[in-house]
Design a protein around this ligand. Structure first.
Ligand SMILES: [Zn+2]
Ligand SMILES: [Zn+2]
Length: 254
């Protein structure tokens, strides 16, 4: 079963017992891609990797993360051939631009841009292209499949799932959607009977942590125990929208 190679990271994500194992897996997928794109193995010098980064480039968010990752020389190599590629693409757009002409809408799939101006339609689509986003998305999909593979086949994992702290709201949505695609109706019922109370209980828990943080600032509570409220702010932010607000930039291993 091809999912089996993903069971180790999925188990690690649930063992981490943070606010969302799926955030944990998305972060891992992103960090793996930063290592691949820029890491000490210098895979950015390999023609097949550079072909992909030249074609897809990077989004604004990932340029930011590549900058803080370190490795100026690696970034410069990637940028050099990527810029060459952009020069060609932009030249083509400029050559074919006719004032007043309308952008062609794609025949199927979601339109990349709402604009009827062809240059704006091109720049909108261009802004969304990203080598890291693309591969992170693919890895995340496989991790999600693996969660359900383990749910169906490993009683130990089901136990781990039930003992987790739930998920952030966006990833809760991903789980519900995937469950409706891969589980038969009867099994969906069992899954949601676990997931829904878990989500509500853990949102209540976060609410209590945030409330106690505020109480702790009252001078009458200055000697009281912090309980679980010390890091309640970043955990609550994660629970609501996902991600790790308190994370330091992920940097190249020296
Ligand atoms: Zn999450
Ligand atoms: Zn990106």
């Amino acid at each position: 079963m091809k999912e089996q190679i993903y069971t180790i990271p999925v188990n690690e994500a649930f063992d981490a017992k943070d606010e969302c194992p799926l955030c944990f897996l998305r972060r891992k997928a992103e960090q793996d891609m930063l290592d691949l794109a820029l890491g000490s193995s210098a895979s950015y010098m390999e023609p097949n990797v550079r072909e992909q980064t030249d074609a897809l480039g990077f989004c604004r968010e990932h340029f930011q993360k590549m900058y803080t990752y370190g490795n100026s020389l690696g970034n410069a190599w990637i940028l050099k051939t990527y810029l060459k590629n952009i020069q060609t693409k932009m030249h083509k757009q400029i050559q074919s631009y006719k004032p007043g002409a309308k952008a062609k809408k794609p025949l199927f799939g979601a339109a990349a841009s709402e604009s009827s101006n062809p240059m704006k339609a091109w720049t909108d689509a261009f802004a969304k292209e990203c080598f890291i986003c693309k591969h992170q998305e693919e890895a995340y999909e496989r991790y999600l499949d693996t969660v359900f593979y383990l749910w169906k086949s490993e009683p130990d994992f089901v136990k781990k799932f039930k003992e987790s702290k739930g998920f952030c709201i966006p990833h809760f949505g991903d789980l519900c959607e995937k469950a409706s695609q891969v589980l038969p109706p009867k099994e969906q019922e069992e899954f949601f009977q676990v997931l829904f109370p878990m989500m509500e209980e853990n949102l209540d828990r976060i609410y209590e942590d945030v409330s106690w943080l505020i109480e702790k600032y009252d001078y009458r509570n200055k000697d009281a125990d912090w309980k679980n409220s010390r890091d309640a702010v970043p955990r609550a932010m994660q629970k609501v929208k996902g991600g790790y607000p308190a994370d330091a930039p992920y940097q190249m291993k020296k």
